[in-house]
Design a binder for this molecule. Structure first.
Ligand code: FAD
Ligand code: DHB
Length: 389
């Protein structure tokens, strides 16, 4: 088989790239290790920046998002039993939208199907070859048969555990990593959200987050030890723990119910540089991971795809190489700012016993400063709604 851009991974990065390229008349094939059901069943991000929403509109997958997505003009920060609002709209003129990654993924699959896009799922042993030549290709196996796809470029959209990043020679690749000593225990429940807007709660028992997917679907998280066993967290224990970490009014308003999904996610900051080697371009989680506190993971994947689709379009339409050459540097400038913000939000809101009593008091002073300073709130708002592309 032959195509122009071979894409590894059918997460949001790979699907969005394929869709944007198709609308520019550029062919691609996606190779995905898992089944479509598996990819669509993953519960992940929930908050999207204006820039991501605009890119989904460019990709013509916006109809349901504009109908069902909920614009959020601010968030709440809770600590010391009080709740404070940060007014994104008032401070920056912009806002975010609550629309789940699960829905975005479904919309993208439907759009790819409608345009006749090729997505080969359950592809085993996918490997990129010849990435430092002008004729790269992909190999994979399906139903025991070996296949090869020749292409002009390969997009590594295969997430943190993918094969793409590992294909870049070790002496070229630099990685930067911070692993946090805790995780997030998340629950999805068919219950009305506790508040109209998200609540990020600092508490001596650990961080908690109240989020949502719709008027009837809630998403909650609590900070937990990273090696925690899910079996030790029946629903009742989760709800009790969440309630204890929320301000009284929220704890009283909390509606509980059976969990539909429950999982533990580790927290990590990670960046791989460069994001391009020869004809291989990394995008999204394949190149970088943020701790989820700033809701940046999916949004960074979208900005990478914006830069990559623009660069590939300039190459195919005008024979222009400059944007491809600038891809890694352009992405990384935005990536590092989102890494900094996600690390800062994580540091501000979680418990770090290793920082001692002094660290705990400094953290409370920073929270107090944040909610009483327009400058500090604006800095949070500007980053949360998303830095410009
Ligand atoms: P992915 O979504 O990881 O997609 C990569 C795809 O590549 C997958 O479908 C995978 O099956 C496929 N693949 C991997 N290896 C291969 C291979 N060798 N061959 C073929 N295919 C392969 N972000 C937030 O903002 N908020 C959140 O609450 C949040 N929660 C998260 C929870 C978890 C458990 C995880 C893992 C991530 C979470 N994120 C969250 C981050 C966000 O979901 C990601 O940033 C986003 O999914 C990145 O999209 P992607 O397409 O780059 O990667
Ligand atoms: C959600 C996840 C986040 O990491 C975040 O910061 C906000 C919301 C969510 O899953 O809804």
């Amino acid at each position: 088989m032959k195509t122009q851009v071979g894409i590894i991974g059918s997460g949001p990065s790979g699907l969005l790239l394929s869709q944007l390229l198709d609308l520019q008349g550029i062919e691609s094939v996606i190779l995905e290790r898992q089944s479509r059901e598996h990819v669509m069943g993953r519960i992940r991000a929930g908050v999207i920046e204006q820039g991501t929403a605009d890119l989904l509109r460019t990709a013509q997958v916006h109809a349901r998002m504009d109908r069902e997505g909920q614009p959020h003009d601010g968030v709440n920060i809770a600590f010391n039993g009080e709740r404070y609002r940060i007014d994104f709209k008032g401070l920056t003129g912009s806002a975010v939208m609550v629309y789940g990654q699960t829905e975005i993924t479904r919309d993208l699959f439907e759009a790819r199907d409608a345009l006749g896009g090729t997505i080969i799922d359950e592809a085993e042993d996918v490997r990129p070859h010849g990435i430092d030549t002008d004729s790269p290709y992909l190999t994979y196996r399906k139903h025991g048969e070996a296949h090869r796809i020749d292409c002009d470029f390969i997009a590594g959209c295969d997430g943190f555990h993918g094969v793409s990043r590992q294909s870049i020679p070790a002496d070229v690749l630099h990685t930067y990593e911070k692993v946090y000593p805790f995780g997030w225990l998340g629950v999805l429940s068919q219950t009305p959200p506790v508040a109209d807007e998200l609540i990020y709660a600092h508490h001596a028992r650990g961080f908690a987050l109240c989020s949502m997917r719709s008027a009837t679907l809630s998403r909650y998280y609590v900070q937990c030890p990273v090696d925690e066993d899910l079996a030790d967290w029946p629903d009742d224990r989760f709800w009790d723990e969440l309630r204890r970490r929320l301000p009284d009014d929220a704890a009283e308003a909390l509606v509980t119910g059976p969990s539909i999904e429950k999982s533990i996610a580790p927290l990590r900051s990670f960046v791989a540089e460069p994001m391009r080697f020869g004809r291989l371009f990394l995008a999204g989680d394949a190149a970088h991971i943020v701790p989820p506190t700033g809701a940046k993971g999916l949004n960074l994947a979208a900005s990478d795809i914006y830069y990559l689709s623009r660069a590939l379009t300039a190459f195919y339409k005008d024979g222009q190489q400059a944007l491809l050459d600038a891809y890694s540097e352009t992405c990384l400038r935005r990536v590092w700012k989102a890494e900094r913000f996600s690390w800062w939000m994580t540091t501000l809101l979680h418990q770090f016993p290793e920082n001692g009593a002094f660290g705990a008091r400094v953290q409370l002073a920073e929270l107090d400063y944040l909610v009483n300073s327009k400058a500090a709130m604006t800095a949070l708002a500007e980053n949360y709604i998303g830095l410009p592309y």
